[in-house]
Design a protein around this ligand. Structure first.
Ligand code: FDA
Length: 387
């Protein structure tokens, strides 16, 4: 079977690229190894798919080349995707910070992409495994469990390594290696972190608290959520994009208050420290905090040194983590096919004619909050205009 465009991976980027290339009159096939397309879209955003972020800009992305994403993001914007969503009468709402979610379920987004593909005459093959890819004179030849496919252009949209149960594989990275393209070492991200030193905090699992986290100059003000082995929650997932093992993450546990002033203002009070902290932190966390770092006593008995130490702990708590919860819990992959190898205008490999990489498989990773889907749409659109 001969196609002008073969896309491997029927996820967010693959389906969108297929529909857009099909609309340009290209004959397009999508090869998906799972039994259905769009599995990650279905589970995304807690089942409501945070499909874009209207505040998207290049600062929301991590890549060895932080300028790479600019061109594609400018040519396909969140507003463009919103227009498509509206055309399909999908209701949505802004949850917070520009994050747009479906009012109904994520299935609506998958259905929309499938409908767009259908209208553009795209052929979708599910349950189809690619066994080998070979460069031929005017394109690529693929041996699959559904026979031989030949195509002038080959678009790799197989996503990252996170969430293997939703169909993730290392196919895209292996194919890049096969063609001698550089890879930026992949690692799990948007992922909970595991404490390096703190012990006994598992009793706090399920407790959340709004903090400001800081790491390497990046700062996020959101909730943390204690888990059995460390912490999760949006503030941690965001920081995980920047975190490096065994370097401390800073937590401001009282982001609106200066702990020193607060304690000094209450210096005459006979209130117990633990009760005072319980008014500002979840009670069980306040108890653990005192048991671990500052035995509770009446506020009027705190020495200057104790006030200084408490100030540091409350406004600049330094916590080390030694690893993440790994690929099974990560929402995305950091790293991937190096942007040095790709054109930022078309996502085409500079050294292999007709080969393209789009979406999460490449070294562009977004923050939590709809940015990764916006990258999937924008990079897919760029490739679709070029194939
Ligand atoms: P995607 O993973 O969507 O698609 C890759 C496709 O390739 C899959 O269908 C896969 O089965 C297929 N494939 C893999 N190997 C193959 C092979 N060898 N042969 C054929 N097919 C193959 N982002 C966001 O912006 N908002 C959100 O709300 C969320 N929520 C979220 C929740 C959870 C639990 C996860 C795990 C992830 C998110 N994300 C997210 C991230 C988002 O899902 C992700 O960044 C995009 O789906 C990436 O789109 P891609 O098309 O690149 O990969």
């Amino acid at each position: 079977m001969w196609f002008e465009v073969i896309i491997i991976g029927g996820g967010a980027a693959g389906l969108f690229c297929a529909a857009e290339a099909g609309k340009r009159g290209r004959s397009v096939a999508v090869i998906e190894h799972s039994e259905k397309v769009g599995k990650k879209i279905l589970i995304s955003g807690g089942g409501r798919c945070n499909f874009t972020n209207i505040q998207t800009n290049s600062n929301n992305f991590i890549s060895q080349n932080r300028h790479f994403c600019k061109s594609a993001l400018a040519r396909y914007t969140p507003q463009d995707f919103v227009k498509l969503v509206e055309k399909h009468s999908i209701e949505y709402y802004e949850k917070k910070l520009g994050q747009l979610f479906c009012l109904d379920t994520s299935r609506r987004i998958v259905q929309m992409l499938e409908d767009e593909c259908l209208q553009a005459n795209v052929k979708i093959r599910t349950n189809c495994e690619v066994k080998s890819v070979r460069k031929i004179e005017n394109g690529f030849q693929l041996e699959t469990t559904d026979g031989t496919f030949e195509g002038q252009n080959l678009v790799i949209a197989t996503g990252g390594l996170s969430f293997p149960k939703a169909g993730a594989t290392g196919f895209g990275l292996n194919l890049a290696r096969q063609f001698g393209l550089k890879i930026v070492e992949p690692r799990p991200s948007l992922v909970p972190l595991i404490f390096a030193e703190l012990k006994g905090f598992d009793s706090l699992a399920g407790i959340s608290h709004e903090v400001k986290t800081d790491f390497a100059g990046e700062s996020f003000r959101e909730n943390i959520l204690f888990t059995h082995r460390g912490v999760s929650g949006p503030a941690i997932l965001q920081i995980s994009n920047y975190w490096r093992p065994d370097e401390a993450v800073e937590f401001n546990l009282l982001p609106d208050e200066n702990a020193r002033e607060l304690l000094l203002d209450n210096r005459r009070s006979r209130q117990e420290l633990v009760n005072f902290l319980s008014q500002r932190l979840p009670a069980r966390f306040a108890e653990k905090f005192c048991a671990e770092f500052a035995p509770s006593k009446p506020l009027n008995q705190l020495s200057n040194a104790e006030i200084e130490r408490l100030t540091l702990l409350l406004n600049n708590w330094q916590v080390k983590f030694h690893q993440t919860e790994g690929w099974h819990k990560a929402e995305v992959m950091l790293g991937g096919v190096s942007t040095d190898e790709l054109s930022s205008k078309t996502m085409a490999a500079k050294r292999v004619k007709g080969l393209y990489f789009i979406g999460e498989v490449m070294d562009v990773t977004g923050w939590l909050g709809g940015y990764n889907f916006q990258w999937a749409w924008a990079s897919a659109f760029a490739a679709a205009q070029a194939v």
